[in-house]
Each structure stands twice: as structure tokens, then as C-alpha cells.
Ligand binder design. Structure first.
Ligand SMILES: *Cc1c(COP(=O)(O)O)cnc(C)c1O
Length: 432
């Protein structure tokens, strides 16, 4: 696979180069220059395969030629070692559950693959890297767990003291080994400022800092896999064209879905399900892209005021507003409608949605009941409801329990390193 920058002012590079770089040198985002389709009959023959085998095939089609085959298959199987079931509900709606990974949220898919691919390149080329992440919770835990134990990689996660959940903190700060958790006396913005400054500090060159954030193409491609898995679970060719409702923030998940569609997955269109932070739905309605500060909501991983993957989406649709509007339907979901969707899924099917999945479910219900959308609609559920126990308790009267294997996390001993202050010199000393 060759990749070009969305700003068209950097040389094309192969996948593994784009993976190491993250951002293109011109500041743009890497995107494949061509996306050859998979033969429909071949795709149909994958019915019944576990997601790890679907991943071997989809990712093999895209980037397999840059790896040794056995190493590639082992790496992919190791990354996709948890299921992503599609659960049928009333109204011919389904929910694609993306929360069975180690941090109980869908970012595990991208982070686990990225980490293993990174380890692979470093082993092949020699060298080492330090992954620096600033987090308000979910990204940091997915990256920390994804990279934990990967040789040649050190991980440093910065998070604001007292502002992440005990579960998230435990998932970052109890791992040890190659993962260092820095607790910063300040806000998420302070954490981000420190990380940004480190990236432009020449005195840290020998650490080979890298970012692993959501703009890395290595986090995006593995997310195309579960769209295939869901279509196959619905019956493959027998299901016809599917509509996916994607709970969206930085639009990485949606971009991955469009990539799946471009390589042949039969998708009728996408519902871009946003909370109050609805920059893309507004753009699709008005033709005006209006970035603005994020507003806090109960689906907080989607509180994004200037979604970073927008240039990729525009490029994938030939920079045509009409093409975007035909393929993507924007849906803005209020806080009250999110809460109502949690109650509706529970009333109808005894199904418990987290607030992010509920935003997608609300969009799917609206498409079915108000717009009369025919055919299968799949709402993506991106987090386990137990991560948002408080909201669920408010709507359903009781909080869901964490799955048994996760229950002891919050009681593990923390090994976080406390920064004495949020100034850069203090931070830099701790990086050494
Ligand atoms: C990150 C996240 C999202 C938003 O995904 P994008 O790829 O940024 O659009 C949705 N739900 C959850 C639970 C998340 O963690």
C-alpha cells in the first residue's frame, strides 16, 4: 500500500513508514492512494470465520505485502484476540459490540494492532521508540494496555490527577514494565501541552518519541475489520446493503467504515451519530464547516469540536460535498434523546447500552421509524455500559456490573509517578 498526505505536499510512503511517522511531514494525514476492492465471492466465503481470521484476510489484502506472511498472521491474530458480536434487537436493528477488549472500549482494536505493528517494524529495522500519550482516560488506557510488554517500546502516559475514573487510572498505572504513568497536577490541556513541547524538544531526539494518537493510519485500518465481521454475521450477501450508525467524535471509526466500503463491503450509507458536538452533521446540513470548542456531554469520548479525521473523509469522497452528503447522513442526538435511547433498548429488549452506543442507537431508531429506512441497520456500541454506571443507574435504576475478569482492576496497587508540578522542566526530568 502507498499512502499520500491529505495536504499533497509530502512524498508517498509505504504503510510501515506512515505507521512510524504518524503525521505526514507537511502536517497532513496519511491516506491510501488506492483501495482495490475485494472479490465479492471471496468476501462471502468468510462467513463463519472468527474475527481474527477475518482480520488476517482484510488486513492482508491491504498491507500484507509489507510483512513476512507468518509474522503478519501471528501479529494480527494476537491483536484480534477478543470477539465483536453483532446482537440482533427489535425493529430489525442490531448492535455491534466493540467493547470486549482489555479496556472495554473500541479503541482497543486500533491500539492493539498499532502496538504490534510498531514492535514488528522496530524489530526488523533495529532501534527503539518512546510512545508519549496525553489522555483524559480512554485513549491512554487503550494505548498503555496495547503496548504493554511490546519489546523495544517505552510508553509514557500523562493524565490529569483526580480527573480520570479509578478503573481508567488502574488500567494505566498498575501495569509497570514498559509503561510509566505520570499523574499531572493540572488538566488534560496541561498534559497535552507537555507532550506537544516534548515532541519539538531536540534534546529528546535520542528517545525517538512517537505519538500513537488517533491520526495514525495504523490505528485506523484495523477498525475496518469489524465492519466486515458484522456484515458477515448478518448473513453476508443475503443481508443486502447495510446501514451503519457510527457514534462519532474524531471520526476515526467512521473513516475506517468508509475504507471498508471502498474495498467492497456492501454499505448503503452511514449515519454519523453525534452528541451536541455535531460539527459534521451541521456541515452536511449547511455546507459550512464550523469548528468550535467542545461541550461536555454524557458521551464524553465524543466531545470533539474540530474532528481530526475530517480531511480524510473529504478526500475519500473526492472532496465532493454531494458525494459526502449522499454517503453520510448526519444525526445530532440531544442528551435527553441519548437517555431515552438507553431506556428504549432496555424496555424493548432488556439490552443495556452505554451513552456512546445509545447515541448511535438513537440515530438508528430515527432512521427506521421516522425516515422509513429499509434493510438492516447496525448501531456500533463503542464502550461497555459498566464504564458509565452512573448514567445507567439514573435511567434504569441500577448500574451494570463490570465483567468478572475486570472487577479486581480498581483495587490493584497504583504505581503512578506524581509530577510535582505541570511545568515542562519537571516533566522532562521525569522522561529521563
Ligand atoms: C473515541 C470514542 C468514540 C469516538 O470515536 P472516533 O473514532 O473518535 O469518532 C466513541 N465512543 C467511545 C467509547 C470512544 O472511546
Amino acid at each position: 500500500m502507498r499512502l499520500a498526505s491529505t495536504r499533497h505536499a509530502s512524498p508517498e510512503v509505504p504503510f510501515l513508514e506512515a505507521l512510524l511517522r504518524g503525521l505526514a511531514p507537511d502536517g497532513g494525514l496519511y491516506l491510501p492512494t488506492s483501495l482495490p476492492p475485494i472479490d465479492p465471492q471471496v468476501m462471502a466465503s468468510w462467513r463463519g470465520l472468527p474475527i481474527s481470521e477475518i482480520a488476517v484476510r482484510v488486513l492482508g489484502h491491504l498491507i500484507g505485502d509489507e510483512f513476512d506472511r507468518d509474522a503478519f498472521e501471528a501479529l494480527v491474530r494476537d491483536a484480534f484476540d477478543f470477539p465483536a458480536p453483532t446482537v440482533p434487537l427489535s425493529h430489525d436493528l442490531s448492535v455491534l459490540e466493540l467493547f470486549h477488549g482489555p479496556t472495554l472500549a473500541f479503541k482497543d482494536f486500533g491500539a492493539r494492532f498499532l502496538a504490534r505493528a510498531f514492535g514488528h517494524v522496530l524489530a526488523a529495522r533495529g532501534g527503539h521508540a518512546t510512545i508519549l500519550v496525553a489522555t483524559s482516560g480512554d485513549t491512554g488506557s487503550a494505548v498503555a494496555l496495547g503496548f504493554h510488554g511490546v519489546p523495544r517500546v517505552q510508553v509514557v502516559v500523562l493524565y490529569p490527577a483526580g480527573k480520570v475514573s479509578p478503573f481508567q487510572e488502574a488500567q494505566m498505572a498498575t501495569l509497570g514494565g514498559n509503561v510509566t504513568a505520570l499523574r499531572v497536577p493540572g488538566t488534560f490541556d496541561d498534559c497535552q501541552r507537555l507532550v506537544k513541547q516534548a515532541f519539538i524538544d531536540p534534546s529528546l531526539d535520542d528517545l525517538h518519541l512517537s505519538s500513537a494518537n488517533s491520526i495514525n493510519i495504523g490505528r485506523l485500518l484495523p477498525q475496518a475489520v469489524y465492519y466486515f465481521a458484522s456484515w458477515l454475521a448478518l448473513g453476508g450477501p443475503a443481508a443486502g446493503d447495510v446501514v451503519f450508525a457510527v457514534p462519532s467524535g474524531n471520526l476515526g471509526n467512521l473513516t475506517a467504515g468508509v475504507i471498508a466500503q471502498r474495498i467492497g463491503l456492501p454499505v448503503r450509507r452511514f449515519l454519523v451519530a453525534c452528541n451536541l458536538n455535531d460539527v459534521l452533521p451541521e456541515y452536511l446540513r449547511t455546507g459550512r464547516y464550523r469548528a468550535r470548542p467542545a461541550r461536555p456531554t454524557i458521551s464524553n469520548a465524543m466531545d470533539v469540536g474540530d474532528p481530526s479525521n475530517f480531511p480524510r473523509l473529504a478526500e475519500l469522497h473526492g472532496r465532493s460535498f454531494d458525494a459526502l452528503r449522499t454517503n453520510l447522513t448526519g444525526v445530532s442526538v440531544s442528551e435527553e434523546d441519548t437517555r431515552r435511547a438507553i431506556r428504549q433498548a432496555h424496555d424493548a429488549d432488556r439490552y443495556v447500552l452505554d451513552p456512546h452506543g445509545a447515541v448511535a442507537f438513537a440515530a438508528a431508531l430515527r432512521a427506521r421509524q421516522d425516515a422509513g429506512e429499509p434493510g438492516p441497520i447496525v448501531a456500533l456500541a463503542t464502550a461497555h455500559p459498566a464504564k458509565f454506571g452512573e448514567v445507567i443507574r439514573e435511567e434504569l435504576g441500577r448500574a451494570p456490573e463490570l465483567p468478572a475478569a475486570w472487577r479486581d482492576w480498581a483495587s490493584r496497587p497504583l504505581m503512578a509517578v506524581d509530577l510535582e508540578s505541570a511545568d515542562y522542566t519537571t516533566f522532562r526530568t521525569r522522561l529521563r
